[in-house]
Structure formats: structure tokens, C-alpha cells
Design a binder for this molecule. Structure first.
Ligand code: IVH
Length: 630
């Protein structure tokens, strides 16, 4: 890869659209522009039992006039359907299903999927080949994404399918790229000059062409064999690294498929056998309350442990008071538990007939379970919150957040250490962390000399974290790591941000009124101001680092918009855009009359032409560098 990058840098004329260097960041797509499918993208009819599968088989065999129908059984991957277009063997486009007739253009995002071939391994590829398949997230990736989102205070994805869909609907392909989506293809949308005898042959052709097809496929001749494949995978599904929600059974022969035809929604030659959601019953022992970093008091069900869909479930979130009331869940109930999208455990319903009268209704307390302070649930909101800013549970969660990897990254300051430091009264807020000395740290149980040393050094090192990390660490409501980056790019210091007016804040593209209000409120609060002041006095860095280091006069790009096109040689695209942002400017992916500068690298794309036609100022990468250094 390095060698290729070097060659392409020296000979930009050799860069082709299917070069692996072009997966991310080539021409940005016309994101989500409507795309009309060449043939309708159909869905599948479902069968939920052996009986329904039998009905399907009886129908097709009677219409085909034979009981001998060869079928292909495939796993039903639980992801997002995509249509992929290749022109003369080169990848040129991808679209979502949309309403089946018109989907959305996701070309640039799909291009970042490593298993997508950019050029087909075919001697004489069709002029146009449109292949359909499923983009999906592995269970492992899904877990990791949600862990990161939790750290960032962003809402979690309920299941890998939603996460895959969210990953494909990103304006920035770099984000999609980081999600490491997988891709299996299983159908033909359209092809010129080539015909296939059957589904099995098509799958083999697609495999030869360089696509990934799911290896767990089989050809069967009877309904019984088809059903036993379904049963086998219903049992084994948890051992797969990705989610499946059933088995797709397709008539193999394309001639027979044609005879059976289509309905307006689905082919009549295929059916999806859907696995039943795995449910178990268990006892709800208690409802525990947790107080989060924002004071939100959330109920969690404590369950008698039970194995559901391959893992032991002992707790399940109940979201909020209304949800418990709506489902009429009582402490002591026997309840039905399932995994939503087979991942996150939830309580479906209580089994009312099993009640003996000893069950207790849940009431949200008016006092915080951690500090006894007032719990308030504003009208129209589902969440109840402890409003005591000194609540130890809130402070504890804030310290954990402050020290977490995505924030100030203080290794060694985990739950146990934070708990003890708080309980012993050694620290009272996040700023106190920076006033700890080794002696105080040695007071932590199980902390030997070395551990105390390490933590002391980790705390010291964290003083130098970039401004964005600090802003995220402060725990301002609605300011996740991304918004923190944006704020750091627009305001050079905590000081400047603390004096920002609502108007100045809302002017920033990614900041809405809710975030603006929360920032203003945060800096209005005396206690927060004093924490910030204490952090400053402890030597925590409060300013954005100037680009280019000392000696360069960092002029401001405030209010200016830059667009980059073509291959840059002095910076990576990310670095260049980062520089613009850090100097208060905006880096955009499309040229308009409002663009101030279009920076042209080698082999510029259509944005260069657009800039010329709109009369936007065009500069070289060298000019840009001079501009940055003033
Ligand atoms: S064939 C015309 N095969 O399931 C037939 N679909 O619920 C089109 N899916 O929209 C679909 N795995 O997104 C087919 N092996 C597979 C599949 C599969 C997953 C999805 C696909 C489809 C949905 C229908």
C-alpha cells in the first residue's frame, strides 16, 4: 500500500478510480441523491413456521407441475440491502433500496467497504452489471461502536442492522470507513449480454468476479432438506460473527423463477423463513435505580439470570417510569425476556396469570437514591433527574467520564480508585484530581507504590490534552466528542467559549439551539466556573494548539469556507481540513458561490470545473500552505 501511495504521488496520472488508495476520500458522492433502480428491488415474503413453509412449497410445486424443485438455501443476513453497479467491470455506484423503485446514492460510503471489489476479476465483464447484496456489521464491530457511543454520551444503536444503516447514511465516508462494514452479495439486479442458468451458477460467478458470497449455502431437492437447514441455523446462529434473522429459500432454476413470477412486493419463487425471537421467562427480582452523569435516574430490572440467545441475561434496562407503567411490570413478576435484534435484552411483558398478590408496583421516588436530593421530572419529558449538583452519584459518573479514554484519558483512574477518592473526601470534583500528590494516592486501597506513581504521571500527562478533549471531558450536556471538536475548532480556548453568545454558537453549523443553551447554562453555573478556574490554576491546557507550532502567525479563517479537490501532497486531506477547522474556518465537500477558496491538488475532480464556472478563487496547495502560515 505504501509503495502504491508513493508511485501514485509521483505519477498522479496513474491513479485510477479503482485504486485501493481511492476507497476513502475520492470524489464525495452526491450524497443520498435519488437513484432509480434498473429493475425493482424487491422484498421477500415471510414464513414463520414449518406450516407456512409447506404452504409455499405446495404452491410452487403445483404451479411448476412437479414436486421435484431444486432450491438454494441461504442465510438471511440482517443488514441493509444495497445495489452495486459496475460499468465495464469498474465499480461506479451504489444505492439503498428506498421504496424499491428509487433508492439513495451511497456510492462513496459503500466504496469504503474493504470487501467490495473496485474492479471485477473478469476477462470480459458485462458493460453493465448490477449486483445486490447486504451490507452488515459484525457483532464485534457493533459492540465496539456502541461502547464508543456510550463514552461519547450518544444514543446507542438498538441492533447491528440499525448501526449498519446509520453507518451508510453518513455524509463523511471516513466515518463509514471506520465502521468496518462487511458485504455479502446474493442476487442480480441487471446485466447486459450475460445470462445464468440458475441461482447457484450466479453465486459461483459472483464469487469468481471477486465478490464475497456467504459460504453457508446449500442446494436441496426437498422441503424436508430445506427445513432441516433452517433448523440447523436456528440452532447455530449464535456461533456466527454476524447476525442472521432467518434463512432465504430460493427456487434454483431461473427458468422456473420466471414461470413463477413476481408480486408487486416480492418474488413468488422465494421465501424468508424467519427465526422466532428467542424468549425466556424469568423472575424480576428488583428494580434498581442508577443515577447517570447528567443526573438522569434510570430504572434497571434485576433478573434471575437466564440464558437468552446465547448469553446470560441478569439485567435489562427499563428505560423510564412510563415504560414500566405501560407494560404493567411489577417487582416479583414472572416476566418474558428477549433480546431486541438479538442483542440488547428487554422485558417483553409480565405473565399476569403467575401473580400471587405479593408483587409490588414500581414508583419513581421523589428523592435521589444516591444523595436524597430532589428528583424532578419536567413536564413532557420522560426522564427524571436528580437536580442536586453536589450529588455524589453524578460527581462519580462525571469523574469516570472525565478520565475516560475519549476524554482526558487518565489511565488508572477507574471506578474503584474514583470511588475511594470520593468516599474518603480526598476529591470533591474533577479539578481536585490535579491536586493529588503521591501520598494521597497511596491512600487508595490496593495501590502500591508503582500504581500510585503511574496514576500520578498519567494525571500530569493529561494536562496537555487538546482543547476538544477537555471540552468533551467537562461533561456539558449534549456536547459529545464530535461537537467538542467543532467547538474547539471555532473557539480557541475555554475562556472564549465561556463568553460566547447564543447567536455566535448557533451560527456554527453543527450547533443547534439545544446545544447552545446547554453551553450557556454550563458556564453560567458558579460551580462549573470555579471547576474550570481550578483546572486552569492546576496547569491544565485551556487553549487550542496553534497550527504549525511556534513562529507562525496563526491568522484566522473565521467565516471562511474551503473546499479541497484532487490529491494533496503536502498534507493528507484530513490534516488540511483539520488545519482549516482549527483556524476557525469550515472545510466543505462541495463548491458553491459561498466557497472562499478551492484548493486544487493533483488530478482535480469536477469541483475544480465548478469552481471555475462559479468564479470561486482557486489556489494551489502551496498557496494554501502560505495562507496557513500567514
Ligand atoms: S434475496 C428478490 N437473499 O432480506 C430477492 N435477501 O426481508 C431479494 N436479505 O430485502 C432478496 N439475506 O435485504 C436475499 N441471502 C439473501 C438475503 C436477503 C438478507 C435481505 C434483503 C431483503 C430482505 C427481505
Amino acid at each position: 500500500m505504501r509503495e502504491l501511495i508513493d508511485i501514485e504521488a509521483a505519477h498522479p496520472e496513474l491513479i485510477t478510480p479503482d485504486s485501493p488508495t481511492q476507497r476513502v476520500g475520492g470524489e464525495p458522492s452526491d450524497a443520498f441523491k435519488p437513484v432509480r433502480h434498473r429493475t425493482k428491488m424487491l422484498s421477500l415474503a415471510n414464513a414463520f413456521s414449518f406450516g407456512e413453509l409447506t404452504a409455499f412449497f405446495n404452491r410452487i410445486s403445483s404451479e411448476l407441475g412437479t414436486e421435484k424443485v431444486e432450491m438454494v438455501c441461504e442465510l438471511k443476513i440482517d443488514g441493509v440491502a444495497v445495489a452495486l453497479t459496475y460499468e465495464h467491470g469498474i465499480y461506479t455506484g451504489a444505492a439503498t433500496r428506498g421504496d424499491g423503485e428509487v433508492g439513495e446514492d451511497i456510492t462513496a460510503n459503500v466504496k469504503t467497504i474493504q470487501s467490495l471489489p473496485l474492479r471485477l476479476f473478469l476477462g470480459s465483464p458485462p458493460d453493465i452489471l448490477e449486483v445486490r447484496g447486504e451490507a452488515y456489521l459484525s457483532k464485534e464491530q457493533f459492540k465496539q461502536i456502541n461502547e464508543e457511543r456510550e463514552e461519547d454520551g450518544q444514543p446507542l444503536f438498538a441492533n447491528p442492522r440499525n448501526a449498519a444503516a446509520g453507518s451508510l447514511r453518513q455524509l463523511d465516508p471516513k466515518v463509514t470507513s471506520r465502521r468496518h462494514l462487511g458485504l455479502f452479495v446474493y442476487a442480480l439486479g441487471y446485466a447486459t449480454g450475460i445470462e445464468f442458468p440458475d441461482q447457484w451458477g450466479l453465486l459461483q460467478y459472483l464469487k469468481t468476479a471477486g465478490f464475497k458470497i456467504n459460504p453457508h449455502i446449500t442446494k436441496v431437492g426437498t422441503l424436508k432438506e430445506a427445513y432441516s437447514f433452517c433448523e440447523e441455523w436456528q440452532e447455530k446462529r449464535h456461533s456466527l460473527p454476524f447476525e442472521i434473522d432467518g434463512v432465504v429459500i430460493k427456487v434454483n432454476s431461473f427458468a422456473q423463477q420466471k414461470k413463477l413470477g413476481l408480486t408487486s412486493k416480492a418474488p413468488r419463487w422465494a421465501i424468508a423463513y424467519k427465526f422466532p425471537a428467542e424468549q425466556k421467562t424469568t423472575r424480576l427480582i428488583d428494580i434498581e435505580l442508577n443515577v447517570g452523569r447528567t443526573g438522569a435516574v434510570t430504572p434497571t430490572a434485576v433478573l434471575e439470570p437466564v440464558v437468552v440467545a446465547g448469553s446470560t441475561v441478569g439485567r435489562a434496562t427499563l428505560h423510564n417510569e412510563d415504560e414500566i407503567k405501560r407494560k404493567d411490570i411489577r417487582i416479583g413478576d414472572t416476566v418474558i425476556v428477549q433480546k431486541a435484534g438479538d442483542v440488547i435484552p428487554e422485558i417483553v411483558a409480565p405473565i399476569v396469570s403467575k401473580r400471587d398478590g405479593s408483587e409490588k408496583e414500581f414508583v419513581m421516588p421523589h428523592e435521589c437514591p444516591a444523595c436524597g436530593g430532589e428528583v424532578v421530572r419536567p413536564e413532557g419529558e420522560a426522564v427524571a433527574r436528580c437536580v442536586n449538583i453536589n450529588c455524589p452519584a453524578v460527581i462519580f459518573e462525571h469523574i469516570i467520564h472525565f478520565a475516560s479514554r475519549g476524554a482526558m484519558d487518565i489511565e488508572g483512574l477507574g471506578e474503584s480508585a474514583a470511588r475511594q477518592l470520593l468516599d474518603k473526601g480526598i476529591i470533591k470534583d474533577v479539578a481536585d484530581i490535579y491536586y493529588l500528590d503521591k501520598e494521597k494516592l497511596l491512600g487508595i486501597e490496593h495501590f502500591a507504590d508503582k500504581a500510585a506513581d503511574n496514576l500520578y504521571n498519567a494525571i500530569k500527562r493529561s494536562k496537555e490534552r487538546p482543547l476538544a478533549k477537555l471540552l468533551f471531558a467537562l461533561g456539558i450536556r449534549h456536547v459529545g466528542s464530535h461537537v467538542a471538536e467543532v467547538l474547539a475548532g471555532n473557539f480557541e480556548s475555554v475562556e472564549k467559549l465561556s463568553h460566547a453568545t447564543p447567536e455566535e454558537l448557533i451560527e456554527i453549523q453543527e450547533v443547534g439551539p439545544k446545544i447552545a443553551e446547554s453551553i450557556i447554562e454550563f458556564f453560567h453555573e458558579n460551580r462549573n466556573r470555579s471547576v474550570v478556574e481550578k483546572l486552569r490554576q492546576a496547569g491544565v491546557k485551556m487553549e487550542q494548539e496553534k497550527p504549525g507550532g511556534a513562529g507562525l502567525s496563526a491568522r484566522s479563517f473565521a467565516g471562511m469556507t474551503f473546499v479541497f479537490t484532487g490529491a494533496l501532497t503536502l498534507f493528507t486531506r484530513g490534516e488540511a481540513e483539520g488545519l482549516v477547522k482549527s483556524m476557525g474556518g469550515k472545510a466543505s465537500s462541495s463548491v458553491s458561490k459561498k466557497t472562499d477558496y478551492v484548493v486544487v491538488g493533483e488530478n482535480p475532480g469536477s469541483k475544480y470545473d465548478k469552481a471555475k464556472s462559479l468564479g470561486v478563487k482557486i489556489i494551489t496547495e502551496d498557496d494554501f500552505k502560505r495562507l496557513v502560515s500567514g
